[in-house]
Design a protein around this ligand. Structure first.
Ligand SMILES: [Zn+2]
Length: 407
């Protein structure tokens, strides 16, 4: 396999998680009697540009065939994050009624609603019909398509270029990352700013977050690798924020290579942090497999012990992280009888691979579990508040990553 960005032949495995179905392939009752498609889930690192990336295989487009969609507005934490971002960026870039804002992967309008409330013209790009419809219902104009150079040329010709292009948690999900970043260069105004948020691969390694790896997540990014890719396309990063979202993310600020934005001290500080951590040293990527295996063994031991003791362990959060953890650990409904999720679209379905049934949070509380395993550990505080009622019968919370904790 060749690197998605620089075409160098890849030889170095970062982690091999075996085989699993796509993490968004939730099953209906009638699907349980049919065979499921499993794909290899292996992550490689490029020694030339240091892009960390999933192994390529045929038919990755099939991963997106699912009728299921994630609605960003279901997370109150994420809505607040979006509102705070809009406050900050509008002030910093002095955006007003004469500006143009484009968000790529606008989802259900969770972010652009705050831009629109200020009377700033905006456009969302969102390929999933159900979330695009939800954004339109908020009055936000949406182009329903995947983003790349061709779409960027069409939008720029029709609406003009953008003063701000925002892209949160989408760059890692793009199979053709050069076409995506190239499209941003086409659509960006001369002195415009691009902000991109993505989980920082440094945190993934440091915090053993192997459960953030799944098929639809093609790249695992760093300031160094993103800046290097951007420079081949006429862009550069000029500032960076370190965020606590998704277990540690970066928000990078980028512009055209010859624009006036000055590089900040934060940019140099994070760059040095990445180099000192060893993101451009192959040894840093070796040994990660053993840490993932240790987490798997601790989780299995905990579940088996509680099973023997007759205690009920149930999970919360039927999302991608949970699917990776359960499939890699080989956990099924015999050890984990149900998983609750607030999204009504998932309730009544089954987790891919593990076949754990998905229920409402109310149904989980009715079952009175002794332990609730929080699968999306990044939403730990939010889930703990939501399910505080388990304390009435002495229930406790559990997370498996970065190490097993019970409280
Ligand atoms: Zn490369």
């Amino acid at each position: 396999m060749k690197c998605r960005h620089c075409q160098t032949e890849l030889h170095d495995t970062f982690i091999d998680l075996g085989f699993s179905p796509p993490s968004n392939a939730y099953l209906r009752q009638e699907d349980l009697t049919r065979p499921e498609t499993y794909y290899p889930l292996r992550v490689m690192v490029c020694r030339s540009c240091w892009l960390v990336q999933t192994q390529d295989y045929a038919h990755y487009d099939q991963l997106f065939e699912s009728d299921y969609a994630y609605f960003s507005s279901t997370s109150t934490t994420w809505l607040k994050h979006a509102a705070d971002y809009v406050d900050m960026i509008v002030a910093r870039l002095k955006l007003d009624q004469g500006s143009k804002v484009v968000e790529i992967a606008a989802n259900d309008g969770y972010l652009l609603q705050y831009v629109q409330q200020r009377g700033i013209p905006c456009l969302g790009i969102e390929p999933t019909t159900s979330t695009a419809d939800a954004a339109r219902a908020k009055g936000i104009p949406i182009v329903e398509a995947f983003f790349g150079v061709k779409l960027a040329q069409e939008i720029a010709a029709r609406d003009g270029k953008a003063d701000l292009i925002a892209a949160n948690n989408v760059l890692a999900h793009v199979p053709d990352i050069n076409d995506f970043l190239g499209g941003m260069a086409v659509l960006l105004a001369d002195e415009g700013t691009i902000t991109i948020e993505f989980p920082h691969v440094l945190n993934l390694i440091e915090q053993s977050q192997f459960d953030t790896i799944y098929h639809e997540h093609f790249s695992y990014l760093a300031l160094g690798s993103v800046d290097r890719m951007m420079r081949t396309l006429g862009l550069r990063v000029y500032d960076v924020d370190q965020l606590s979202t998704h277990g540690g993310s970066l928000r990078i600020y980028a512009c055209h290579q010859h624009a006036g934005h000055q590089p900040t001290q934060a940019l140099e500080r994070v760059r040095q942090q990445e180099l000192q951590f060893g993101l451009e040293t192959i040894a840093t990527y070796q040994g990660f497999q053993a840490r993932a295996e240790a987490i798997k063994l601790d989780l299995l031991q905990f579940l088996l012990e509680q099973k023997r003791l007759g205690k009920k362990v149930m999970a919360y959060g039927a999302a991608a992280k949970g699917n990776t953890l359960l499939n890699y650990s080989g956990v099924h409904a015999d050890l984990l009888p149900l998983v609750a999720d607030a999204a009504a679209s998932k309730q009544g379905k089954y987790m891919p691979g593990s076949h754990v049934p998905i229920v409402s949070p109310a149904a989980l509380l009715e079952a009175k579990p002794e332990y609730v395993l929080i699968l999306p550990w990044n939403l730990k505080a939010e889930v703990e508040t939501q399910l505080a009622a388990i304390r009435q019968w002495g229930g406790r919370f559990v997370i498996a990553v970065p190490r097993l904790q019970v409280w």
